[in-house]
Design a protein around this ligand. Structure first.
Ligand code: NAP
Length: 382
């Protein structure tokens, strides 16, 4: 019976992971952790008989500790402790943002298997975690699809990895992207996800982060990773073989599928949703991404190719830009503008270690907030 530490338990992936785990007789969640949502975490502790908990926000951790008998740790160090506890077999990392890197590393160093939804771990610290590649299984649907397609095939028989992107809510939008609202950007056509990744899907930054994630997970150079827009989100990704044929993974847009596969690999178990009815499909469409209207995708390729500390800058500037956009303090186009400005200023640091990455992440966040004030994408608030 694998004992699971579920980090990011209160989020979109975290709650779906709990749903999946509840139906797997051989799994149980022994510890759960969240950012600041102490009430939701308390409910989860009580409903799922969780034995240990952590909250990133130390005040929230103290509040929760007063209401529960299970130990509640505070800060990212609490996450690292849960991730490396001796009785934990598998860590599900569904934290959002670069905060996920330290707990992933703690889990890997302690010899745990890690089911990884937190793509930022690989974006900012791919070079640090890839020594432990055998212990990592992907949760992101595209990477789960690639991973499943690749099984049984040698690297040399694969020409390229092809990531599919829905294109987001503005794929066919012909108005002024600067004027789009937060509500419009949060209306993803196919997937129901957390706020940050939904905005990243609208800018195509999410696909860019996934390109970097695929580079590290599967060891393919950026020249061998393609992106195609596939608005139906039925084909979750493909691999192109050296003979020109493709192997694809198809299914409903239901994250419980890749979450479950990460937990039960190499076995397939039933999930709650009905299987995709192929006869109901009206068509599968593929088109090139529009790099001009959605510059974040190109910025992510550029950061990935530069490597070293550049993806940390891309990610930190983007996290702040998305936060400001969600708060109504930055226009939609200001997101890419801020990321590009911060990348242009940065001189890459070679092979940064964890401390360097975390310090740079803090520094870029602070500078990004200041820089955002002078961007033309800024909205004037009443
Ligand atoms: N949602 C999807 O369908 C999907 C698909 C593929 C990949 N992913 C990836 O999975 C990760 C999680 O996405 P999500 O959509 O589930 O996000 P989400 O709904 O925003 O949930 C994020 C989780 O992380 C916690 N958290 C926030 N800030 C934190 C911090 N500084 N330190 C520790 N924990 C923190 C949140 O706690 P609080 O609730 O207390 O804030 C919550 O439990 C992201 O990397 C995303 O790219 C998501």
């Amino acid at each position: 019976m694998p004992n699971i530490a579920l980090l990011g338990s209160t989020g979109s992936i975290g709650t779906q992971a709990l749903e999946v785990i509840e139906r797997l007789p051989d799994c149980r969640v022994v510890s759960a952790a969240a950012g600041s949502n102490d009430e939701r975490l308390q409910e989860q502790i009580e409903t799922h008989n969780v034995q240990r908990a952590a909250l990133y926000d130390k005040d929230a951790a103290q509040r929760l500790q007063r209401r529960t008998s299970v130990p509640v740790l505070g800060g990212i160090e609490g996450f690292c402790q849960l991730a490396s506890d001796p009785d934990v077999d598998l860590v599900v990392n569904s934290i959002v943002g670069a905060a996920g890197l330290a707990p992933t590393l703690a889990a890997l160093e302690a010899g745990k298997r890690v089911a990884l939804a937190n793509k930022e771990t690989l974006v900012v610290g791919g070079h640090l975690v890839m020594g432990y590649a055998e212990q990592i299984v992907p949760i992101d649907s595209e990477h789960s699809a690639l991973w499943q397609c690749m099984q049984g095939h040698s690297r040399s028989s694969i020409d390229a990895l092809v990531l599919t992107a829905s294109g987001g809510p503005f794929r066919q939008y012909h108005g002024d992207l600067e004027a789009v609202t937060v509500q419009q950007a949060l209306r993803h056509p196919n997937w129901d996800m957390g706020g940050k990744i939904t905005i990243d899907s609208a800018t195509l930054m999410n696909k860019g982060l996934e390109v970097i994630e695929a580079h590290w997970l599967f060891g393919f150079s950026y020249d061998r990773i393609d992106v195609v827009v596939h608005p139906e989100s039925i084909v979750h990704s493909l691999i192109r073989m050296t003979d020109g044929s493709y192997l694809a993974h198809l299914g409903a847009a239901d994250m419980r599928m890749p979450i479950q596969y990460a937990l039960t690999y190499p076995h397939f178990n039933p999930v709650l949703s009905m299987p995709l009815d192929l006869t109901e499909l009206t068509g599968l469409h593929f088109e090139h991404p529009d790099y001009k209207r959605f510059p974040c995708l190109g910025l992510a390729f550029a950061a990935g190719r530069t490597g070293h500390s550049m993806p940390t800058v891309l990610n930190a500037a983007n996290e702040i830009a998305v936060e400001l956009f969600l708060d109504g303090r930055l226009g939609f186009l200001g997101i890419a503008e801020l990321v590009e400005t911060m990348m242009a200023r940065h001189t890459p640091v070679e092979n940064p270690d964890l401390e360097t990455i975390l310090a740079l992440d803090r520094q870029v966040r602070d500078e990004s907030r200041r820089q955002a004030l002078s961007l033309k994408g800024r909205l004037t608030q009443p």
